[in-house]
Design a protein around this ligand. Sequence first.
Ligand SMILES: [Fe+2]
Ligand SMILES: [Fe+2]
Length: 216
Amino acid sequence: MTSHHRSSFSPLAQADWRYVEKVSLEDFQPEDWQLLNAQRQDYLSQHQADQALRMLTASEHDPAFGYMVNNFRHCLQSATMVLRDGRDEEDVVVALLHDVGFITCPLLHGDFAAQLLGAYVSDRNYWMLQHHATFQNVHSPHLPGVRQHERELWKGHPHYDWTAEFVAKYDQAAADPSYACEPIETFVPMVRRIFARKPVDRRTTTLETQAMKESR
Ligand SMILES: [Fe+2]
Ligand SMILES: [Fe+2]
């Protein structure tokens, strides 16, 4: 391989990293996969939290479309309120990132946040993130076309009460321009600690649930 070719390779972030110099996945051997996964895991453990935070701070100066605060500030207020209520760090981080997908994935932004954080948070917060937008509807009685009480479909679900509490206290009430939010820096170490947890693989449940639904 000439240096000319190598210059078009993606960078190696660390001196002891190596390329797998094969262009088809079909040629990758077990030891190649092991190498790639180890190098990726190493990188993720250092950068995953910071990239998630960058997604949020990308919208720091976005417009608010006529609301008094923008989505970034809404997220900061939500997280600050959870923090000041003395809730645990996971709840704070979940509040901070609950609407991180609002700009890039508005209609399914709850699922977006759930999938982003799902590997690192409890079932209770995974479920809450997925359903918070639907639960929020009860607080928007005059939103045109709103299915205000759709959440009643989940009445009796173990995470119903937490989701209802989250939207009532920390979501629908977190758009007050006079509220003194903590700066993002307060939350950075918390986000890093949550993403440093040992990840849970939720893919099986998700795929099985999907397959069950589709075969009905
Ligand atoms: Fe939301
Ligand atoms: Fe929200």
